[in-house]
Design a protein around this ligand. Structure first.
Ligand SMILES: N[C@@H](CCC(=O)N[C@@H](CS)C(=O)NCC(=O)O)C(=O)O
Length: 206
């Protein structure tokens, strides 16, 4: 059975939501582990977590250890294609899907962190641009449809909108992005993950 190493209210929560959206909660075991948290400083690395740096998410499928939210997301959407949360190889949509996934890991996440920490530097701007450009990309895509790939909700909406769950101040005063974020957050799987995380947090604290 596939195992997801997860810590409540962390970056692995979006993977729990993805597994739920994929209808695969009965085929992926979710193993709660502790992690070191920076803000506020708390927690410990869990020896039960095989991630080389003690981080989450980590997916283990037989001999394969898959790290990084973006890789896990690709792996799971391909493993459970019937849920249609990815884009089939060889289709035009696939190029846009892959671009969003790579853009998240290579640009969006660092930009959001620098923005939240109020860190600026010309080299960072040259390498990543900034929050303004990230939000412009979202707005451009959302001019063409309710979701980033167009008419249907996909794993890229889940991934990108999860950012604003931990950085609500990054959400711009722009109706198309606010409505899209609200649509993504209103999905029942999001509420189920929050309830699950809350119960797991309480159980770990007890
Ligand atoms: N880019 C990674 C980031 C993973 C990450 O930093 N996870 C945090 C939780 S939000 C963590 O496990 N921190 C524990 C630590 O730093 O030891 C991904 O998205 O998978």
């Amino acid at each position: 059975m596939i195992t997801l190493y997860h810590s409540p209210f962390s970056r692995s929560s979006r993977i729990v939501t993805l597994i739920d959206e994929l209808g695969a909660l009965d085929r992926v075991r979710i193993r709660d582990v502790t992690i070191r948290r920076a803000i506020p400083p708390s927690g410990e690395r869990d020896p039960a977590n095989p991630h080389p740096e003690g981080k989450v998410p980590l997916l283990v499928d037989g001999p394969a250890l898959i790290r990084e939210s973006t890789a896990i997301l690709l792996y799971l959407t391909e493993k459970f294609p019937e849920a249609k949360l990815g884009a089939a190889p060889g289709t035009a949509e696939r190029g846009r899907f892959l671009s969003w996934i790579a853009y998240y890991g290579s640009v969006v996440e660092p930009v959001v962190i620098f923005d939240r920490m109020e860190i600026t530097h010309p080299f960072l701007r040259d390498s990543y641009r900034g929050m303004h450009e990230v939000l412009e990309s979202f707005a451009r895509a959302l001019d063409a449809g309710p979701y980033l790939l167009g008419e249907r909700f996909t794993a890229v909406d889940l991934l990108m909108s999860s950012t604003f769950a931990w950085y609500p101040d990054g959400l711009p005063d722009l109706k198309s992005i606010q409505d899209w974020h609200a649509r993504c957050q209103a999905r029942p799987a999001v509420a189920r993950t929050v309830a699950r995380d809350r119960a797991a947090m309480e159980a770990m604290a007890a």
